[in-house]
Design a protein around this ligand. Sequence first.
Ligand SMILES: CC(C)(COP(=O)(O)OP(=O)(O)OC[C@H]1O[C@@H](n2cnc3c(N)ncnc32)[C@H](O)[C@@H]1OP(=O)(O)O)[C@@H](O)C(=O)NCCC(=O)NCCS
Length: 184
Amino acid sequence: MLIIDIIKKIRYNTTADRIGPDIPFTHWKLFYKKQMLSLCKKKFRFFSATADFRPGAYAIGCSQITIGERVVIRPATMLFGESVSLETSIVIEDDVMMGCGVHIYINNHRFDRLDIPLIDQGYYPDEAVILKKGCWIGANAILLPGVTIGENSVVGAGSVVTKSIPDGVVAAGIPAKVIKKIGQ
Ligand SMILES: CC(C)(COP(=O)(O)OP(=O)(O)OC[C@H]1O[C@@H](n2cnc3c(N)ncnc32)[C@H](O)[C@@H]1OP(=O)(O)O)[C@@H](O)C(=O)NCCC(=O)NCCS
């Protein structure tokens, strides 16, 4: 019985559309650059040759996530990109910087009704999250479904981004608001 469970676990681990510490049979590869690149190129919709996915980070629905040049996905980050409707659910363009512990979500549970449990109500439609070229997302920021972070914009640490942020600004807080325009 135990043997069957172990075989099932290995099969799930090697085929799952996800990467993370909860998938130990592939997670170890993230400690070695060549292995990391070959795993990520296989799993993600697009994974640049100059990107890095560090041990301790999670991605769910890898086949719907694209990661551009020189992007580093750091420990405790959660890219929750599994979508029933979008081909590409999370886009991280070239030269995006992200601190540790950034969380990105592309959908919400439905909560329209009181007569059935929330867990049985399904989801609202998925909405893609896009990080435009050269933006910087501070540590532990949370990006909610449908937001775009503008080119070269900065999101402060610990912010909760509920609406899209334009190009070239600094936004921070809960909810994140523009606090300054860069270069002015
Ligand atoms: C946003 C950030 C870059 C600072 O930008 P800044 O332009 O120098 O901003 P300032 O320090 O002048 O702060 C401007 C205002 O925004 C507020 N603010 C700054 N960062 C904030 C944050 N993360 N959340 C909420 N408010 C913030 C300040 O308190 C200040 O408010 P006040 O005007 O009422 O006093 C910085 O605070 C930050 O969050 N850095 C992220 C660090 C990080 O995650 N590093 C990981 C390395 S990848």
